[in-house]
Write a protein that binds this ligand. Sequence first.
Ligand code: ZN
Length: 209
Amino acid sequence: MVPFVSENLFKLSPVIYEPFLIEKAMWDLVARAKPRYNPPTPSMTEDLIIDLHSDSHFMQQAMREAHKAYAAGEVPVGAVVVHEGRVIGRAWNQVETLKDATAHAEMLALTAAQQTLGDWRLEKCTLFVTKEPCPMCAGAIVHCRPDRVVFGCGDPKSGAAGGWINLLEANPPLNHRCDVTAGVMGEESLALLQSFFREARQRKKMQDS
Ligand code: ZN
C-alpha cells in the first residue's frame, strides 16, 4: 500500500508538506472515531450456523440411513437423493433383509427418488451416499442421470467412482456423466464400516470357538 505521506515529501520544505500532515492527522482522527467491526471468523460461526443446503448436511442424512443399516445387521451404507434442496429419496443397504443382492442403498434411494419425481430422469438431482458406489450402482446412476454424486469414504478395491474404476466421469462418457465429490464425512463413514466388520469378525470368532 502506498503510504499516505511519502517519505520524499519530508525532503521538501515544511511549507509544502505541512498541509499534507494536517490532512493526514484529520484522516487519522476519522479512522479512530469509526466503530471497529470485526467480522466473525469461520471458527466462531461454524458451530452456530447450519447450512441446510451444504454437502455435509445431506451427507449427515445419508449417515442416518447407514446407522439404520448397522442396527439391522446390514453393511452400514446409506444414501439420499436431493432435488433442488429437498430430499426425494432415502434408503439404507438391505441386501440381507430383502434377500436381494441388488438392494444396495443407492439402488433403493434412486428408485424412491424416481417414484417421487414420477420420472426416471433424475435431472437437477444429487445422490449422497456414505461409501463410494460399486460398479452396479454406478451403472444405475449413469442410467438415472443425476447431475452430481457425493460420497463419503472411498473404496479402492471395488469403487466405481475413481477408487478402482471411474464409470461416473468416464471419458468418453457413457450416456451420462456426473460431477463427483469424494470424501464428505469420509472418516465417519469409514469408522462405521470398520466397526461393523470388526464386530462381525468377533461374532464369527465366538461362533467358531
Ligand atoms: Zn452398489
